[in-house]
Write a protein that binds this ligand. Structure first.
Ligand SMILES: [Zn+2]
Length: 221
């Protein structure tokens, strides 16, 4: 069942080590099937190189395994908590990517100083309060911090990104890490000036209209 979604979620999990966002078997991507509401997620403790679509685990929103022979990711409860509370999302990525997580280690948000990431998420990257590991407290902390947005750092832990698909959530995780790295480097040389929310809103709308092949106007450059 859900062969196309298992392929997509598997492919997006492979993107995490390729982009240098994870080590070992840490980090995970999931996707939700809009028709059935079922979620496809990475199995627990399996190295990324070993992942195939058939090793993906299908779970319902209560965490019952519907298909798959392996146990789902240890973070499955957090993903399901987010899906239950955010009907607008169909993909989640979780990493401990080092530059972004260095902000989380300090309990700091990533300020909105670069347009490539604000284009995608329309704001800074907030950092949550400290959350006890596990579904309810971590899920609640992410929801509070994200405040309807698509990304949040979890204090003392890592990065959670959300999107309309597994691919979108993974793309946000990649651009977020790039922005965290560049912002960190810039901050070493002195204070940085944050973009105004008005300018962020303008860029976000422009990007939505023009990016990719389905925008209403072609990008000129
Ligand atoms: Zn984690």
């Amino acid at each position: 069942m859900l062969e196309a979604l298992k392929q997509e979620v598997c492919d997006q999990n492979h993107e995490l080590p390729r982009a240098g966002l994870v080590v070992g078997s840490g980090g995970n991507v999931s996707g939700r099937d809009p028709e059935s509401g079922l979620v496809v997620i990475k199995p627990s403790g399996v190295k990324f190189a070993k992942l195939t679509p058939d090793t993906m685990v299908v779970v319902d929103l209560d965490g019952n395994v519907v298909e798959g022979t392996l146990r789902p990711s240890v973070d499955t409860g957090i993903h399901l908590y987010l899906y239950r509370h955010r009907p607008d999302i169909a993909g989640i990525a979780h990493t401990h990517s080092p530059y972004a997580t260095s902000f989380a280690a300090r309990g700091e948000r990533i300020p909105a100083v670069l347009t490539p990431i604000t284009h995608m998420i329309g704001r800074d990257v907030p950092c949550s309060r400290y959350a006890t590991p596990g579904e309810v407290d971590t899920g609640a902390a992410i929801l509070e911090a994200a405040a309807g947005g698509y990304a949040a750092l979890v204090r003392a832990h890592g990065v959670f990104t959300m999107g309309k698909s597994a691919a979108e959530a993974t793309a946000i995780a990649m651009y977020l890490e790039e922005a965290a790295k560049t912002t960190h480097l810039a901050m070493l040389r002195g204070p940085v000036e944050e973009l105004s929310q008005q300018e962020i809103d303008r860029c976000y709308a422009w990007f939505r209209q023009n990016y990719g092949q389905s925008g209403s106007k072609p990008v000129s450059s």
